[in-house]
Ligand binder design. Structure first.
Ligand code: FRU
Length: 489
């Protein structure tokens, strides 16, 4: 159908047909990156879950691969992870083989337990371990294992959700097969209905050092509605996760980034994540027919202090610069209050806009005596059909917003349109990077501390970009606009 084509991103991973949700088994095998994913190949709805598979050498150009782990009589193949078993901890590989191990949840209506499978051909095909499950606590709400090797204690650690209890359980193993319970974390932060997809990783702090970050996806129960990934910053001593404080961190201020997972075995321990660019509230009703589901771009993660001094997650798109075509000429330098500047956009390609500006002081551009109530800078993507997608900065309150409600390609009760976040109320300067690709929008503001990820459904392509001010003028320090090369077939 036309919607299937109109809404297909050109540089975000999507399945050719069928339904996709969580990223799974994110691992670098030494030469290739793997992206496995929750996949129903038979219908554009969640159900009959298999592990789909794609490979890449740069996390941007993806090659579709055959289904890696199917649904079986034991149940669907739910979310899980993959690690390289370099030292043959499992004893399931021959001396000269480098094996890959996948650990995931088999889910039936009555039971969720953890299954292990091995691959001897670099993640192409998997064989189920003969004594599965490797971890079963007799629960129907126990899922989404992630494993990591904890060097200080020389053991594998599993992080897994006791979903309805709102707890994350930690287990240890030396062979990836026998697991010993260590501790439970939570309930903490947002509760919602279910905790899902926990991920634990040590992340560099700007200025030096590292902290551990525990990601916990919650569904439903997000402040913005539906599903969202929250995170806790703290210490992991090999058996327990101890959060630094009680601040609830959210990975996103909009609502379409869920089930975030981190890459295992990254060179230099680089912290890289991919999330599902969707939300359980409406993912099965999206306007496409033959395919549904996108992934975010890969993102590099670090920890930085925000304007109030809190340590926070900062995310930046990884490697997307390499896809840039020739710059679209567009170089406004100054906009007086109430003026705008517009440029046409090339059709059919994703866009990468980097932008920074400083809004004038309250009175600078106003008649004497008028203190000025607003000083706004608005970035609008629009089309001839009168639809607009706006990203705006309110300089006098330090808020950034995103408004997708004036796009008419999809409506559903939970598909809400407006999101905002606070940057720095004392700073009239803002900088933002925007990646717009068919039905996907990703905004990285404030050095990656404020990230907004949103599905967008204009009824026709967005064909112009407008910058405009209201209440105060603004000086544009830099702007660059590039089309991005297509990476998906
Ligand atoms: C998260 C989730 C997981 C589960 C999978 C099923 O989006 O609900 O908890 O393993 O999706 O597809």
């Amino acid at each position: 159908t036309p919607a299937d084509t109109l809404y297909r991103p050109s540089m975000h991973f999507t399945p050719t047909i069928g339904f996709m949700n969580d990223p799974n088994g994110l691992v670098f095998d030494g030469s290739q990156y793997h992206l496995y994913y929750q996949y129903d190949p038979f219908a554009p709805y969640a159900g009959r879950v298999h592990w789909g598979h794609a490979t890449s050498t740069d996390l941007l150009h993806w090659q579709d691969q055959p289904i890696a782990i199917p649904e079986t009589k034991d149940g669907e193949a739910f979310t899980g992870c993959a690690v390289m078993d370099i030292k043959n901890s499992t004893g399931l590989f021959a001396a000269d083989e480098t094996g890959m191990v996948a650990l995931y949840t088999r889910a039936s209506p009555t039971k969720q337990s953890q299954y292990l499978a091995t691959s001897k051909d670099r993640g192409q095909t998997f064989t189920e371990y003969e004594h599965n499950p490797v971890l079963d606590i007799g629960s129907n709400s126990f899922r989404d294992p992630q494993i990591l090797f904890h060097k200080p204690t020389s053991q594998w650690v599993m992080v897994v959700a006791k979903s309805r209890l709102h707890q994350i359980a930690f287990y240890a193993s030396i062979d990836l097969i026998h697991w010993v319970h260590l501790s439970d974390f939570g309930p903490s932060g947002l509760f919602g209905a279910d905790y899902e997809c926990p991920n634990l990783i040590e992340i560099p702090v700007e200025g030096g050092g590292t902290r551990w970050v525990l990601f916990v996806s919650v569904n439903p129960g997000a402040p913005t509605g539906g599903s969202i990934t929250q995170y806790f910053i703290g210490e992991f001593d090999g058996s327990r996760f101890i959060p630094d404080d009680t601040v609830i961190g959210l990975t996103d201020f909009a609502k379409d980034a869920y089930a975030l997972q981190v890459y295992s075995n990254m060179p230099n321990n680089e912290a890289v994540s991919i999330a599902w660019l969707g939300n359980w509230q409406y993912c099965q009703e999206l306007p496409t027919q033959t395919w549904r589901g996108s992934m975010t771009v890969p993102r590099t993660m670090m920890l930085r202090r925000d304007f109030a001094g809190w340590l926070r997650l900062a995310q930046q798109p990884r490697g997307v610069e390499t896809l840039r075509g020739s710059a679209i000429p567009f170089a406004p330098r100054r906009l007086e209050a109430g003026t705008s500047v517009t440029t046409p956009l090339p059709s059919g390609s994703a866009l990468d806009l980097t932008f920074s500006a400083t809004v004038d002081e309250r009175h600078a551009s106003l008649p004497p005596g008028d203190k000025g109530r607003t000083g706004r800078f608005v970035i609008t993507f629009g089309n001839e059909q009168g639809e607009t997608l706006t990203i705006g900065f309110d300089a006098f309150s330090g808020q950034l917003w995103l408004d997708r409600s004036n796009l008419r390609g999809f409506s559903q009760p939970f598909f809400t349109g407006e999101f905002s976040t606070v940057l720095n109320p004392d700073d009239r300067h803002f900088s933002v990077r925007i990646i717009l690709d068919a039905s996907t929008l990703e905004i990285f503001a404030n050095g990656g501390l404020s990230v907004g990820t949103a599905l967008i459904f204009p009824s026709a392509p967005l064909s112009f970009l407008r910058l405009e001010t209201s209440g105060a003028g603004a000086t544009i320090e830099s702007v660059s606009l590039y089309p991005l090369h297509k990476t998906m077939n």
